[in-house]
Write a protein that binds this ligand. Structure first.
Ligand code: TXA
Ligand code: MG
Length: 315
């Protein structure tokens, strides 16, 4: 059920039930951090493996302090620079954090979403909420209430409609390993912006076993997806099919596509990221036999971000 009534959402979360919240990145499937039952039910609803921990959402810095044993000075700099905003920090957790949130790890991932409705919600509740993206395991993260409803309409699960997500892609996740900053997931805040604050950040540290997005398949449409460098890779057989195209900018000679989604007419990277999941979802809804996605042809950080997500979506 989609609603704009924050009171309904509050009542569900207070009662130890699940509800869906809007954020600036993607929609989240939420539970009170103090209800183990509601937290476990997140995993069941999403069909998510239990070893994949959840992010805790807070509305102020004191709530972060309440859940951790220490805040590394570099993480503190990031908190002050980017929160509220699309950044998640991984910190050593204290005993208040349920093992169902951390999946038994000694650390907890925390973020302060920059969405007025959700911050008001957490303020009013007075306790943080755990929330992964509101999609079934391995499917496309939802960037609107209607998309969440498509996934979960048959459940008793109110969805707080906060409009389309302004970033459209998940938060960037940063933590500390062996006293050094580590990037666990690329996301809405660029590594460049992070490094301006705290210096060099390492990606793919070998000590990390459970990397976010480590599952080979992720963010996937149900329609077969093929990622190509350019249209010469589209075969004659494919051209006879009902196919859709996802492209960064407009392309000549693409008349054999039934549907074409251009991520940004003006080639604006932020706009392209905002549209990415949304257009992938829409193409998936368009009854196509195949989706063709063109890799972004540059080596910018933004291009890598999109191209890696495309790679995971096509596995
Ligand atoms: O933008 C976002 O972060 C969205 C919105 C809803 O806030 N949430 C989101 O949650 O993307 P989810 O569950 O889809 O992805 C969270 C990622 C997982 O891949 C998980 O492995 C990682 O965060 N994570 C959680 N706790 C962690 C920890 N203690 N150490 C390392 N990674 C952790
Ligand atoms: Mg997710």
């Amino acid at each position: 059920m989609i609603t704009e009534d924050i009171e309904i959402i509050k009542a569900y979360l207070k009662a130890g039930k699940n509800a869906v919240i809007p954020t600036e990145t993607v929609y989240g499937l939420a539970a009170s951090i103090y209800s183990d039952e509601a937290i476990q039910s997140i995993y069941k609803l999403k069909n998510r493996p239990f070893e994949n921990p959840l992010i805790v959402h807070v509305s102020n810095k004191q709530q972060i302090k309440n859940l951790v044993t220490a805040i590394h000075p570099k993480i503190d700099l990031l908190i002050n620079a980017f929160m509220p905003g699309p950044l998640t920090v991984v910190l050593p957790s204290n005993e208040k954090v349920s093992k169902y949130i951390t999946a038994g790890k000694s650390t907890v991932a925390i973020r302060m979403p920059n969405h007025s409705l959700t911050r008001q919600l957490i303020d009013d509740l007075g306790f943080p909420i755990a929330a992964p993206s509101a999609n079934p395991f391995q499917q496309i993260s939802p960037t609107s209430a209607a998309q969440v409803n498509f996934y979960f309409s048959k459940f008793d699960l109110p969805i707080l409609d906060g409009g389309p997500c302004q970033c459209g892609i998940e938060s960037t996740i940063v933590g500390i390993v062996n006293n050094e900053p580590v990037l666990y997931r690329k996301g809405a805040i660029s590594v460049d912006e992070i490094e301006k604050q705290i210096g060099k950040v390492t990606y793919n540290a070998p000590t990390i076993i459970h990397m976010p997005g480590m599952y080979k398949k992720h963010y996937s449409p149900t329609t077969p997806l093929k990622v190509v460098r350019d249209l010469s890779e589209v075969t004659e057989v494919e051209k006879q099919k009902k196919i859709g195209l996802l492209t960064f900018s407009e392309l000549p000679n693409s008349s054999f596509f039934t549907t074409i989604k251009v991520l940004s007419e003006t080639q604006n990277e932020k706009e392209a990221i905002k549209n990415f999941y949304n257009y992938l979802f829409e193409l998936d809804q368009a009854n196509l036999e195949q989706i063709i996605a063109i890799k972004i042809p540059t080596t910018s950080e933004f291009a890598t971000l999109i191209n890696e997500r495309l790679e995971q979506a096509s596995n």
